[in-house]
Design a protein around this ligand. Structure first.
Ligand code: SAM
Length: 230
């Protein structure tokens, strides 16, 4: 999979891509993530990427020219074979596990991180194919939301995780929250790991985990169980 991230603040994005699972996925060529500095696509001599909003009001707006130039340069490079041009925005559809699953099956995503008041509406109308929010709150820029989306999607690409079954049993993957996990020592400060996990009986362990997942989901997210029935 290829992912292009367009941002006015590339430094925010670069660091996390060099760590842990995302770095290893790139090293193993399971994903090719490219970061584009929006300023490099500015056309005027001051390299201006933002301007005042028409009609007045607070906050600057990211100009259309650099965003069009950047997205079109990426599209030209791949003969228009970009699957989705995604704008990260609080008024988009909320990112959840089913959406992450669907995006992980795509070949090429372009992500646009906004800033200030947002991006010129014409970019959204003409170039953007999907708008995604990471939750009902407002951040200063789309860089962290873009990284959240990248992480949620890349870990689902086959072979990215050492053990594929790990992602399959994570919360939300089948509409349930994950079961509690324990590691050694079996007893710590008088607190014992549930005996069933030490039993070596995998049928009993699976049954215990299923029971825990259902119990926790009922307690914390009954809405997920209600969705299951729909
Ligand atoms: N005026 C916009 C609004 O109220 O919908 C908010 C702009 S916000 C200050 C600046 C940028 O941060 C947005 O263009 C978007 O890219 C990003 N952003 C902020 N919160 C976000 C969220 N919850 N999900 C996705 N992107 C977000």
């Amino acid at each position: 999979m290829r992912i292009d991230i367009i941002t006015a603040l590339p430094d925010i994005v670069e660091g996390p891509l060099q760590q842990s699972i995302l770095r290893r996925a790139a090293e193993r060529r399971l994903v090719d993530i490219r970061v584009h500095d929006l300023r490099a696509y500015a056309t005027d001599k001051h390299r201006q990427i933002d301007d005042y909003p028409f009609g007045g009001g607070a906050g600057m707006v990211l100009k259309p020219e650099p965003l069009f130039a950047c997205v079109e340069a990426i599209q030209d490079e791949v003969d228009g074979k970009v699957d989705e041009v995604i704008y990260l925005t609080p008024d988009g559809q909320t990112l959840d596990q089913p959406l992450a699953n669907r995006l992980s099956m795509k070949d090429h995503l372009v992500l646009i991180a906004g800033h200030y008041k947002g991006i010129d509406q014409r970019v959204r109308d003409a170039l953007v194919t999907m708008e995604v929010s990471i939750g009902d709150y407002v951040l200063s820029g789309g860089e962290l939301p873009a990284l959240v989306l990248v992480d949620a999607v890349v870990r689902l690409i086959p072979d990215v995780l050492g053990d594929a079954s790990s992602a399959l049993t994570d919360s939300f993957q089948d509409g349930l929250l994950d079961a509690p996990v324990y590691t050694r020592p079996a007893e710590f400060r008088g607190l014992r790991v549930p005996e069933v996990l030490l039993s070596g009986d995998h049928q009993r362990i699976d049954a215990w985990r299923d029971e825990q997942r259902i119990r926790k989901t009922k307690e914390r997210r009954p809405d997920l169980l209600a969705c299951e029935k729909d």
